[in-house]
Write a protein that binds this ligand. Structure first.
Ligand code: ZN
Ligand code: FE
Length: 257
């Protein structure tokens, strides 16, 4: 897939990432999960870009708190999960699973990813070779189950795992170094994971972002995508178990780590 769009990362709050999806053909931009307005405003002004759309993956404050100011200042259309319409002030389009959103000259596919919250969605943008997955899939981790079940979250992760391997994974937080530490405890014999953990540690020590990753890298190394992998199941003492049970055990251990 040709990458006609570029993605810019804006670090925000403590460890959030806000993303700008830029169309160079007309310098329009969409923002994903603006947890605060100021750094988005500054980035748009510095580059001379025009904000046309705001996309929210879920209703948590660290993903939506910049919505109202940015949409008032720019007229950008605010889009978020239809199921969260009652708890995202100013929402103007409720996104539903399977919908293709026409955003200027490009499109985003809506993938329902419940688990972290009931209404959580991801946005897959083929023209950017990218998925914006909020707090569902993290680099080497996944979101906590605040509103959904282990079965729902596992199904959501399996859907993201099925995207093309070279899809870049733009997640909501920089949690990778801590996630790597946990992952190596539950999947100690995974050589690809060990190599990635070394890379992540070096990046983290240098203060360099570890995001984006790719779907292929997550498939190979993220324990939460590997609950149906025989080696991981054996490593956590659940050989042959239902992947939902293995996933629930992994999530439980991570919550206590
Ligand atoms: Zn969240
Ligand atoms: Fe978050």
């Amino acid at each position: 897939m040709a990458r006609e769009l570029s993605v810019e990362m804006i670090p925000a709050l403590t460890d959030n990432y806000i993303y700008l999806i830029h169309d160079p053909s007309d310098d329009s931009a969409a923002v994903v999960d603006p947890g605060e307005a100021a750094p988005v405003r500054a980035a748009l002004a510095a580059r001379g870009w025009r904000l046309t759309h705001i996309l929210n993956t879920h209703h948590h404050g660290d993903h939506i708190s910049g919505n109202v100011a940015l949409s008032a200042e720019t007229g950008a259309l605010l889009i978020g999960p239809a199921a969260d319409a009652h708890r995202i002030p100013g929402l103007r389009h409720g996104a539903v699973d399977g919908e293709t959103l026409k955003l200027g000259r490009w499109t985003a596919e809506v993938i329902a990813t419940p688990g972290h919250t009931k209404g959580h969605v991801a946005y897959y943008v083929p023209e950017a070779g990218a998925v914006f997955c909020g707090d569902t899939l993290f680099a080497l981790g996944c979101g906590r189950l605040f509103e959904g079940t282990a079965a729902e979250m596992w199904a959501s992760l399996v859907r993201l795992r099925a995207l093309p391997g070279d899809t870049r994974v733009y997640c909501g937080h920089e949690y990778t170094a801590a996630n790597a530490g946990f992952a190596t405890t539950v999947d100690p014999d995974n050589a690809a994971l060990a190599a990635r953990a070394r890379t992540v540690a070096a990046l983290a020590a240098a203060g360099t972002p570890t995001v984006p990753s790719t779907i292929a890298a997550e498939r190979a190394t993220n324990p939460f995508l590997r609950a149906d992998d025989a080696a991981l199941q054996a490593a956590v003492g659940l050989p042959g178990a239902d992947p939902v049970e293995v996933f629930a055990e992994l999530r439980h251990r991570k919550d206590r780590a």
